[in-house]
Design a protein around this ligand. Structure first.
Ligand code: GLY
Length: 564
């Protein structure tokens, strides 16, 4: 009898928690699809499926992107979020290009030296974990602003799939189980209410994760709109959580938070128009700088995995990351010389000391040591059959953010305060250096590297791309575009072939496995310090060509494409 009851219950849950062909208790990643109507590619099969279902129901790409982000907040808690922030780049069917900035903001009580200890040193344990590490979350405000301006289906329909996933649970993979097990001690250390992410015993592949508190928070958002997060019960829970852990986010900070519509960074590259994210992400300006330099060189003749192309791109990356450290920050607080940084004359002069066949040197005393296992952000790309294309990158910053789960509200808070420069010259978690331009100030947004990008050809969406990966985001997006536009690689190869990264400081070239031994030997001979590392980015790309939508999910993770 009990057996029969269990079977009926599982069957009922399954019916209630299936998205089209995707079942939350039995699903797998789909790495590449070719479809005609619309596609979503994201870090999790269930999130991509939730977005694709919205497209099938007549929702547009913005609706699908919202549903996918909300589903990611449930099924991909290491980076999907309600308690973090993000950026959306949109090319609408009307030919309009806009971006939405829902980056986190420093709380009103934040101060320039809040992470400096009594000995004058930056205490990165405080900027990277626990309650003080969190900026005021922006995601929910961003979802509602983009929906108000471009959504087609009611917001309730976009939230429902996430509520179901949180309430009725979903099966986790071995990788997800390992991630949760690895952080068990942190979850116990930073939380007074035992979060859903902590289990008696260890998680294993095939276990079901239920998140009733998160389901309740999502229900409040469904009923009350953004106020269901920034005011009332949820806001009070965030503030109670802050008081418990000596955090500084107040009810007023939450009420004041606003997502911002911004004009994108746009520029031409070899017959394509690139549409990407402006400040407070450094990504778009840096992409413009890097491609603005690269367009003077015959990259197509050099080819992928050639020492000529790699050396040139390393030197371009080095110079542009040095500019990032010196000049960039929230444009509401600092004057960033964007026009000068991207002017053709400046870009030409920037390479005047470039010597083919010989490495330059990054002159700085500090040598950061980026902690690659902490990088967590997530990207999704969406297109519909109406001509809309959406690129969204969102983040908690580190994997599972600050590890603080708001008590009884079920969502993780970001540790985005570490993206500020806690002290000039001291590297953040990505080894990035910063200056006064990115110093902490109340209500200021921390500089980001997120680079959601749309490439137009003849005025229509051609590529939608983006990736997580902290400081490597910008170089991964750059190399993906160059792989397609200059090297003529397939989308599959542009995403999955190895990537490399140089960020000025530390003066190292990070390389994934897969570049030829001969090329690396030649680069070493030129004086480059080659450093092997895993997983540079997890790039999600959609290309629209000859009426076919090709969506490719990065093979580095469990990322997945869905569409019809
Ligand atoms: N937290 C990573 C970024 O915004 O660049």
């Amino acid at each position: 009898m009990r057996y029969l009851y269990t079977v009926v219950l599982l069957l009922a849950c399954c019916i209630a928690n299936c998205y089209g062909q995707t079942n939350a208790y039995n699903y797998k990643s789909v790495k590449q699809i070719r479809v005609k109507n619309g596609a979503v590619v994201s870090a999790h099969p269930l999130a991509s499926a939730a977005g694709a279902e919205i497209l099938k129901k007549g929702g547009n790409a913005v609706d699908a992107a919202i549903a996918t982000q909300l589903a990611l907040a449930v099924v991909y808690p290491n980076a999907g979020n309600l308690g973090g922030g993000g950026f959306m780049v949109l090319h609408s069917s009307k030919g309009e290009q806009v971006t939405y900035d829902y980056r986190e903001m420093a709380p009103g009580r934040a101060s320039r030296d809040m992470f400096i200890d009594t000995a004058g040193n930056a205490d990165t344990s405080l900027s990277q974990s626990g309650h003080l590490a969190s900026g005021v979350p922006g995601t929910v405000a961003g979802l509602f602003l983009s929906h108000k301006e471009h959504g087609r289906l009611p917001m309730a329909a976009l939230i429902d799939p996430a509520i179901k996933l949180a309430e009725k649970g979903f099966v986790i993979t071995g990788k997800e189980a390992a991630g949760l097990n690895a952080l068990r001690d942190d979850f116990l250390k930073f939380n007074r209410v035992k979060p859903a992410f902590v289990k008696d015993g260890s998680w294993k592949a095939g276990d079901t994760l239920f998140q009733p508190h998160l389901a309740h928070t999502l229900q409040l958002i469904k009923e009350k709109g953004a106020a269901g997060f920034y005011e009332g019960e949820t806001a009070q829970k965030i503030v109670d959580e802050m008081q418990h852990g000596k955090g500084i986010i107040t009810l007023d900070d939450l009420k004041q938070y606003k997502a911002i519509k911004r004009s994108p960074v746009t520029f031409d590259y070899k017959g394509y128009k690139i549409v990407t994210m402006p400040l407070p992400s450094s990504g778009g300006i840096m992409l413009q700088q890097m491609l603005g330099i690269l367009e003077r060189y015959p990259l197509d003749k050099y080819g992928f995995d050639s020492p000529e192309a790699m050396q040139l791109m390393i030197e371009v990356e080095r110079r542009v990351y040095a500019d990032r450290a010196a000049f960039m920050g929230d444009p509401g607080f600092v004057k960033v010389p964007v026009t000068a940084l991207t002017s053709p004359a400046y870009l030409a002069q920037r390479m005047s000391d470039y010597k083919p066949g010989k490495a330059s040197e990054s002159k700085n005393i500090h040598h950061g040591s980026p902690q690659q296992e902490h990088e967590e952000t997530t990207h999704l790309s969406v297109v519909d059959n109406q001509g809309n294309a959406v690129a969204v990158t969102t983040t908690l910053n580190g994997s599972y953010g600050s590890r603080v789960v708001v008590g009884n509200a079920g969502f993780i808070l970001n540790n985005e305060m570490d993206d500020f420069s806690a002290k000039p010259g001291v590297p953040n978690m990505y080894g990035l250096l910063g200056s006064e331009a990115n110093a902490i100030a109340p209500y200021k947004r921390m500089l980001s590297s997120m680079t959601p990008t749309i490439v137009l050809h003849n005025g229509l969406p051609y590529l939608v791309a983006g990736t997580p990966g902290g400081s490597t985001i910008i170089t991964s997006v750059l190399q993906t575009l160059v792989n397609v536009i200059d090297f003529g690689l397939s989308i599959h190869d542009a995403v999955n072939l190895p990537k490399f990264h140089h960020q000025w400081q530390p003066d190292l070239v990070y390389v994934e496995k897969g570049f030829s031994a001969e090329t690396l030997y030649k680069l070493r001979g030129m004086g480059y310090h080659i450093y092997n590392r895993n997983g540079i980015g997890r790039t999600e790309v959609i290309r629209i060509k000859d009426g076919i939508i090709e969506a490719v999910a990065d093979g580095r993770g469990e990322d997945s494409a869905a569409g019809y």
